[in-house]
Design a protein around this ligand. Structure first.
Ligand code: LLP
Length: 448
């Protein structure tokens, strides 16, 4: 089947893609031709635009300026050192979910007092490190965690600054795999039973109870679920105060969605308006923790066509990027625009193809029956909106080295995570001594 043309293979007309353009019929990000980076770095690779990151962060900061909300970038979306440094330079804090992320953030210049530690399963060791590092806030998600943290803080002669995450039982109306604030999700403490936990926290000598935290899910395209969740959260906070607990902070989490395909999506201003309305007159320090909305559009994944393969009933575009490099389509059925790096001639015919990766799994598919112009082996394509949850979720499955990352600033670029060599991957795995044929006899003897 041939179809005339399809908007999905053009750069979408959306401010979010302002840094992307075709110049001389080839795709450029800021001032750099993508094919130039491909020649030097090889494919696949991620590339980010500093301009796009700063412009997006600026829009978010401006939207929340009047209510003086602290912005704690959820770095799970993209934890590259250079990306973090851009956020640090622009005044952001970070929301982390492991001590690994804390160390990464600190290495990139984000001080401990701008770090909030979230997450459903922090270990004793992680909590101890969080107390030692002096993080701004630890978001506790269960009674057991509260007791453990109390003990740890006392043993160090400290008081841990704690917010307790409530689960407000609100449907985020997003994909089921990224909803977190409904009853039955593993996150937070059900709002109906949270009061005794707060009372207990207030009484514990190792705990400085500073806030209420809430996060209901990710990729919310409407701000209405935020409105419902924040109303419940604010009522809860007022109730705590009426019981004599002076709670100064409210952590409203992240979750604002982005435009992947053709969704109607609300923006930072709409979200900020909901926050302002919910918290009016409350006299509370507000923090938010957006991840995706700050970084998704600032990054693309570039890949080459390895083979165009004609099956019996369909055509496949086999790429050199796989589900290990960009997991979202195979994991969540997520949609990403995929556009050719060479601009298709106007009036070029489009035909549906299955766009797949090289990994030995049927689920390694990025798009089925996607209308694309004629492409040939070696041609380059770009996955849009891949800056969030792309590289940070990548793996080395099938012994495919971790996908490299590149940062562009205007007309210069730098490789900010090189592709590891396979030899370095092998070297990271010492042989069990009894399997190592070269091991010397004395070492074997020692082991007995
Ligand atoms: N705060 C907490 C406590 C979170 O769990 C998350 C995301 C965020 C903030 C940031 O949410 P965002 O603003 O990015 O929506 N891998 C999935 C998304 C998982 C989100 C997990 N939590 C994806 O690729 O769509």
């Amino acid at each position: 089947m041939k179809i005339a043309s399809d908007a999905s293979v053009q750069i979408p007309e959306n401010d979010a893609f302002a840094a992307l353009s075709y110049k001389n019929d080839t795709l450029c990000f800021e001032g750099i031709a993508i094919e130039k980076i491909a020649e030097e770095v090889g494919t696949p690779f991620y590339v980010y635009s500093q301009l796009a990151i700063e412009a997006t962060y600026g829009r978010c900061a401006a939207a929340f300026a009047s209510i003086k909300a602290g912005i704690f970038y959820a770095m799970k979306a993209n934890h590259n050192q250079s990306v973090l440094r851009i956020f640090a330079r622009n005044g952001a804090g970070v929301d982390i979910v492991s001590i690994g992320e804390a160390l990464r953030a600190i290495a990139a210049g984000i001080p401990a007092e701008r770090i909030i530690f979230s997450g459903a399963g922090k270990t004793a060791d992680e909590l101890a490190q969080a107390v030692d590092l002096g993080l701004y806030q630890i978001n506790v998600e269960s009674s057991n965690e509260l007791e453990l943290l109390n003990q740890i803080a006392i043993s160090r002669g400290k008081k841990a600054p704690v917010a307790i995450r409530i689960n407000p039982d609100v449907d985020a109306k997003t994909m089921s795999k990224t909803t977190t604030g409904k009853k039955g999700n593993k996150f937070g403490i059900d709002i109906d039973v949270a009061l005794p936990v707060y009372k207990r926290a207030y009484s514990l000598p190792g705990i400085n109870l500073v806030g209420v935290a809430v996060h209901i899910g990710s990729q919310l395209t409407s701000v209405e679920p935020f409105r419902l969740a924040y109303a419940k959260t604010v009522d809860f906070l007022k109730m705590l105060r009426s019981q004599g607990m002076s709670i100064p902070r409210l952590d409203l989490g992240g979750g604002l969605g982005i435009w992947y395909r053709d969704e109607q999506v609300e923006d930072f201003s709409a979200w900020a308006d909901v926050v302002a309305e919910a918290t009016q007159g409350l006299g509370v320090e507000i923090s938010i923790a957006p991840g995706r909305a700050l970084i998704a559009h600032a990054g693309i994944l570039v890949s080459s066509v390895v083979h165009v393969k004609q099956g019996s009933d369909r055509r496949f575009l086999v790429l050199d990027a796989g589900m290990n490099d960009l997991a979202r389509p195979s994991l969540y059925g997520a949609y990403h625009h995929i556009i050719p790096v060479d601009k298709p001639a106007s009036g070029a015919p489009y035909a549906p193809v299955d766009i797949v990766g090289p990994v030995c799994e049927s689920t390694d598919a990025f798009a089925l029956a996607r209308p694309m112009p004629e492409l040939k082996d070696g041609d380059l394509v770009a996955f849009l909106s891949a800056g969030a949850y792309g590289a940070s979720m990548s793996s080395a499955y099938n012994s495919r080295p971790l996908v490299p990352e590149v940062l562009i600033d205007n007309d210069r670029y730098a490789v900010v995570r090189p592709r590891p060599t396979v030899q370095s991957m092998i070297d990271a795995e010492p042989q069990a001594y009894w399997l190592d044929e070269d091991a010397d006899a004395s070492r074997l003897a020692e082991a007995v």
